[in-house]
Design a protein around this ligand. Structure first.
Ligand SMILES: *[C@@H]1O[C@H](CO)[C@@H](O)[C@H](O)[C@H]1NC(C)=O
Ligand SMILES: *[C@@H]1O[C@H](CO)[C@@H](O)[C@H](O)[C@H]1NC(C)=O
Ligand SMILES: *[C@@H]1O[C@H](CO)[C@@H](O)[C@H](O)[C@H]1NC(C)=O
Ligand SMILES: *[C@@H]1O[C@H](CO)[C@@H](O)[C@H](O)[C@H]1NC(C)=O
Length: 435
């Protein structure tokens, strides 16, 4: 989810620091949530989709990993499991390449915390909890401090981080985090700046917080100086499988079928400076190249436009000039009637009615995203979504000239490596549940 704005304030309030090694996190999918339907997840996703240094280099041998899974079928996010504090308290957090802040809910919550699946983290119960000094380069209030006389003691910085309609507010702190699913590959990293939230909106997909993996200094990638990371998103309907998010040297992708494309340099201004931009040159459906204006996905000098890849956004959005071509191409191949009811239920623009709720949808060719030097092939299951008799294009449009986003629905079963050091995105079709 792309971050929209951050409001910060200084509060007067000392410090913890430490070293680091490599990071490994598993991605899983939570169990089916009886009350949530695919339509709800799409609507939630649409609502939320839109945004939201003193790095220690991971030792060359080190790795940080996290088990990662899809949130419930009703949720549109992928959750990574990590642990906070000492003793470590494990919790699932949305893995989000579209924002930077790492946060979890902290006790006490004053009644404004959302219901989370794991016990609430209580700073008072952790021996490694620390205050982030206000002159830390990771303080979100550092800008506010410029020119002001330095406070006598350390300060804490309060924030309100906004993602589309969702938001989270609290105080910046410092803690030791533990990564890895088994004791053998566990890595503890101290002195990570994070957000201790005590008030949030209620739409974080069954998580207990979020981990920003963007380009900004507050992200986990930057704080670990990981250099690169990879993930592989298990299929949306697969609520049991787990895959692994790797940060640092162990994030790698080799063998056949690997394609690489350079990132486009991000604008210097926030929030665009957080995002990973790609050069999308065209789209084909089957063997047909769609007639999309050549500059449809260009990033403009003023920071508008462009296309980003975002693990925290569910549904891909394309500028209208491109979207309408995709839509027309899909319509030309499908003989089923379109349904406005389906659109109303899912929030998606193009839906077809299947003969019965149990009917299988017709076969569709793959869609190819032609990135600079690399084709990403999306099977029908990566761009069409099935929900009890309604079959919809899992894409939406965006005002021409606005930013387009490649969402996580389109990234299922693709192993994706963000090589931040080499400024390259690499990917290969992969059955993520076997990775
Ligand atoms: C959250 O923490 C801030 C800073 O300590 C405080 O001002 C605010 O009242 C707290 N809000 C709630 C809902 O507890
Ligand atoms: C931050 O402030 C503390 C106390 O005011 C001071 O000792 C320390 O040198 C400062 N650090 C930086 C990086 O300015
Ligand atoms: C944070 O910002 C959102 C959006 O502006 C607002 O609705 C919410 O009340 C704010 N929360 C706090 C605790 O200030
Ligand atoms: C999105 O597409 C719909 C129809 O497909 C159109 O009515 C709407 O104006 C478009 N929105 C934008 C922002 O272009």
């Amino acid at each position: 989810m792309a971050s929209l704005t951050v409001l910060t304030a200084l509060v007067c309030a000392t410090l913890a620091a430490g070293g680091a090694a490599g990071v490994r996190v598993e991605l899983t999918r939570i169990h089916s949530h009886p009350g949530l339907t695919a339509s709800q997840f799409v609507r939630d996703a649409l609502r939320r989709d839109m945004h939201r240094h003193n790095a220690r280099r991971l030792a060359m041998s080190g790795t940080v990993s996290a088990p990662t899974r899809k949130s419930s079928p009703g949720g549109g996010e992928y959750l990574m499991t990590l642990a906070i504090g000492t003793p470590p308290l494990s919790y699932p957090a949305i893995a989000d390449t579209g924002s930077d802040l790492i946060w979890t809910q902290c006790a006490p919550c004053g009644g404004q915390c959302f219901k989370q699946p794991t016990p609430l983290y209580n700073p008072a119960s952790s021996t490694t909890f620390g205050v982030l000094p206000c002159n830390s380069s990771l303080s979100m209030c550092a800008g506010a401090l410029a020119g002001a006389p330095p406070p006598p003691q350390g300060c804490a910085c309060t924030y309100n981080y906004t993602y589309g309609t969702g938001w989270t507010a609290g105080v910046q702190r410092s803690e030791t985090f533990t990564f890895g699913s088994s004791p053998a590959d566990q890595t503890r990293v101290s002195g990570i700046a994070f957000g201790c939230s005590n008030a949030s909106s209620d739409d974080f997909s069954g998580s207990s917080g979020l981990v920003g993996l963007g380009r900004g200094s507050l992200s986990l990638v930057s704080q670990l100086d990981a250099g690169r990371f990879s993930y592989c998103l298990t299929p949306f309907q697969d609520t049991r499988s787990t895959s692994t998010l790797f940060l640092g040297p162990s994030a790698s992708l080799d063998g056949t079928g690997v394609h690489s494309t350079p990132f486009v340099a991000s604008p210097a201004m926030a929030p665009m400076s957080t995002y990973y931009y790609l050069n999308l040159k065209g789209i084909s459906l089957g063997t047909t190249a769609l007639s999309i204006p050549p500059n449809a996905f260009s990033l403009n000098a003023d920071g508008t436009g462009g296309l980003i890849i975002d693990s925290g956004t569910t549904i891909t959005s394309l500028v209208d000039a491109a979207y309408q071509q995709v839509r027309a191409a899909v319509v030309s191949l499908v003989t089923l009637p379109t349904t406005m009811d389906g659109s109303a239920a899912t929030g998606l623009d193009l839906c077809f009615a299947l003969p019965s709720p149990t009917s299988a949808p017709p076969a569709m060719p793959s869609m190819t995203l032609h990135f600079d030097g690399a084709d990403m092939v999306l099977p029908a299951d990566n761009y069409m979504i099935l929900d009890s008799g309604v079959w919809c294009l899992a894409m939406q449009n965006q005002t021409n000239g606005a930013m387009s986003t490649l969402g996580n629905y389109q990234q299922q079963n693709i192993h994706i490596l963000y090589d931040v050091g080499r400024e390259t995105l690499s990917f290969a079709p992969t059955k993520c549940s076997t990775l």
